[in-house]
Design a protein. Structure first.
Length: 305
């Protein structure tokens, strides 16, 4: 029996709630396949589009007060967690499996002096044209950047995770056989201020949070499921190359050669490298939601070890 941390990309979960629920039906069946084989599963999910849209809804509302990013992150953890819980619960029932599925509202500790606060880089919310982005920047003062050739998005600070506050609860629930959904959207970023925890305006990259969770719970596998089937070098260029089975040493060399887009594939690859560096002998996989079942069996995706 192995322990899997499965990371679901926010961009891969659809453009709205109904699309997200539909996509999660297939994901849930893949996860239940792992459970049927006797494995423990911990799920982390992204929230880049969702938390940005929640924040934008409050910002544009004429009657509701503005909502800070930590609270928006907590809201996204709740509704995305509910959708994942619901989909997995129904898939378990279809297989006659009686297991609890639990969402943990998760705080993730960051350093208030992290230099990444000075250079916002985490894309959130919807995609915009260059003209739309310039208008939003002028009206709201947001930092807008192009995201991997797909359009312009708002970017916010993305400090690195140091610790997961609820890690002992996550471990205990997993030990008891529950399927745990945690650190949604990278977790709610918190700092210590005069010995007390408080939220801070930022979005932690869920890939780095997934790697931290996998490290803390001593996972055997870190599975990052996103919108593409494999990692590529020279992506979208005539000489692009699909990566399938890659050593940790080889992937470190690719990272150092700047092959991956900073706001897209780079954090996924770097998160896998961080996990495997901390936990030699473990395995990390990057694949698509659609090929999750094959990726779980080692038959799809980019496998790093």
């Amino acid at each position: 029996m192995s322990k899997y941390v499965v990371s679901l990309g926010g961009n891969a979960l659809g453009k709205n709630a109904e699309e997200q629920k539909a996509l999660l039906v297939g994901v849930a069946k893949s996860i239940v396949h792992l459970i049927k084989l006797g494995h423990d599963v911990i799920i982390v999910h992204g929230n880049g589009p969702q938390v940005g849209m929640i924040n934008l809804a409050f910002t544009e509302s004429k009657s509701a007060p503005d909502m800070p990013f930590p609270e928006c992150g907590a809201m996204s953890q709740g509704y995305i967690g509910f959708h994942i819980q619901n989909a997995i619960y129904n898939a378990l029932k279809e297989e006659g499996i009686n297991k609890e599925v639990v969402t943990v509202v998760t705080q993730v500790l960051v350093d208030k002096d992290d230099p990444l606060f000075l250079s916002p880089s985490k894309p959130v919310g919807a995609f915009y044209t260059k003209e739309e982005a310039e208008k939003i920047k002028a009206e709201k003062g947001y930092t807008m950047k192009e995201d991997a050739g797909r359009g312009y998005r708002r970017v916010v600070a993305s400090p690195l995770p140091i610790d997961v506050i609820e890690k002992d609860s996550i471990k205990e629930l997993t030990k008891k056989g529950s399927i745990v959904i945690c650190a949604g959207g990278g977790g709610i970023p918190v700092i210590y201020n005069n010995g007390k925890l408080e939220g801070i305006a930022a979005v932690i990259d869920k890939d780095y949070a997934s790697a931290k969770v996998a490290e803390l719970v001593d996972a055997d596998y870190l599975m990052i499921l996103t919108a593409v089937d494999n990692v590529y070098i020279n992506f979208n260029k005539p000489d692009q190359k699909k990566l399938e089975n890659v050593s940790l040493k080889e992937m470190k060399e690719y990272l150092n050669t700047d092959y991956f887009a900073k706001g897209s594939m780079y954090p996924k690859v770097n998160a896998c490298v961080k996990f495997l560096t901390q936990k030699p002998g473990k395995i990390a996989v990057i694949s698509s939601l659609e090929k999750a079942n094959l990726a779980f069996e080692g038959k799809a995706g980019t496998i790093i070890k």
